[in-house]
Ligand binder design. Structure first.
Ligand SMILES: [Zn+2]
Length: 138
């Protein structure tokens, strides 16, 4: 059902104009809009809130873009070869080698094994990464 103008009662085809008349907020037709003071409805602002809230509720974790350097450096610092680290993490040395060359991006399970053995943090929240890019857009 199309909304009706709250002043003259005419059916409004598109969205009603929100105006303030004597302190009352009314949805009116185009021809009555001039009789009141235009009111800004924060409809746009509201549509942004659920998106931000959802990001806060479940922060998605991403692998740090510098993972290959971090893995190699901390392995070398510990004096471990790729074979030794492979044995500690129960991974094939070729997997370690692929990770360190950047050919293999570890998934969360693999990253956690490496983090545990090397005592490093390879995870960043997706919102942190996003925050950097959206900051550039604005
Ligand atoms: Zn009207």
């Amino acid at each position: 059902l199309p909304p009706n103008c709250e002043i003259c009662g005419a059916a409004i085809k598109s969205a009603p104009t929100t105006v303030e008349i004597d302190g009352a907020i009314l949805g009116v037709c185009g021809s009555c809009a001039g009789r009141g003071k235009a009111v800004r409805v924060p409809a746009r602002k509201e549509s942004f809130i659920p998106r931000a809230a959802r990001q806060k509720v479940e922060p998605e974790m991403e692998i740090d873009p510098d993972f290959r350097v971090m893995v190699r450096k901390s392995r070398e610092k510990r004096g471990l070869s790729q074979e030794q680290l492979g044995r500690l993490t129960n991974l094939k040395p070729s997997v370690i080698s692929h990770v360190e060359s950047g050919r293999l991006k570890p998934d969360l399970v693999l990253a956690r094994r490496l983090m545990h053995e090397l005592h490093i943090n390879l995870l960043v929240s997706a919102t942190e990464l996003e925050g950097e890019t959206s900051g550039r857009d604005r």
